[in-house]
Ligand binder design. Sequence first.
Ligand code: GDP
Length: 364
Amino acid sequence: MESLPRDPDTSLLDSTQAEDKDKCILSSDTFCLSPSLLEQKTLPVDEKSPKSPKNPRGRFDPYDSSEEYVGVVTLPIQVRQKAVKKGFVFNLMVVGESGLGKSTLVNSLFLTNLYMDRCIPDVSEKIAQTVSITKSTIDIVEEGVNLRLTVIDTPGFGDAINNNESWKAAVHYVDQQMEKYRRDEIGLNRKNITDNRVHCCLYFISPHGHGLKPIDVNFMKALDQKVNIVPVLAKADSLTPKETRNMKAKILTEIDKYKIKIFQVPECDTNNNDPFRQQDLELKRSIPFAVIGSNTLVERDSRRVRARVYPWGIVEVENPSHSDFVHLRNMLIRTHMQDLKHSTHHVLYENYRINCLCKNLCLQ
Ligand code: GDP
């Protein structure tokens, strides 16, 4: 049996990050190389070596003994290969009152139709309904990289006449997954743990109120120590730009007032002029993301785009001047998925585990 707990970080390393690290090493590792190789490395790619273009493994062929390098430069490549082979997992919870556009947004984000078999209850059913949890899983494959995405929905949230305890089902589910992971980790087969923990919770806020409602505060307060909450302002096309700005400011003030902990995008390590840093700043400024969802494809400038068509014009989902959809998608999938998973494992799950240990000690 292995003596160390599995470190999900290595297995979770995002392929793009691995690639970035790879690029980074290529440009910064020259200090430890022999002068001849140093010279070789600074040459443009096509002038490097006559055999490079023919070599399918590129410059860092591990079996090419003629290369004068130790080989540590291939470590990110090894990590990437392992991670890609294993595949990636991401569990996303979406919460908000029904009709706020959750299913439409999820479909727009992952270019899929996750809610084909969904049946919407009528009003009498809704009154009697309690909050339930449903899960839909799909495999998304892009250029050999496989992401198993599970979307956890909470139908019935906010539908009852008394919504004081609407948050309980979600808290129960999140705790259950943490507990399952903890048990698996101390069990016999911890090499093959399936990670069902919720890595992110998109919390949908209605655009029609004046900031947060009691149900929003209750939910976020109940879950903010257990899951990474990302607040989104739903159906942003129903607000003018000024109203959107005011609503966002109000939501942030209330989040601060009620001391709700939302997911903090980590600081970018690069320098001020780096375009990534600028993108990161823009992304941070967009929170809470004012989003628009649509499953309708419209022809625009000979492109097919997701949009909402109104008598007065067309609202494009991916147009940054129409909504923050692109920022949300970038954060969730392209730039910070690993941070969300890292925070789940190293902060939220760690807190859960420590609490369990403390409880057990007290009992003893
Ligand atoms: P859910 O119950 O929260 O999953 O909401 P749905 O995704 O089923 O959407 C409910 C209704 O709102 C549908 O008629 C959608 O077409 C519409 N809708 C979804 N997203 C948006 C949006 O961004 N803006 C507007 N105006 N309507 C939307």
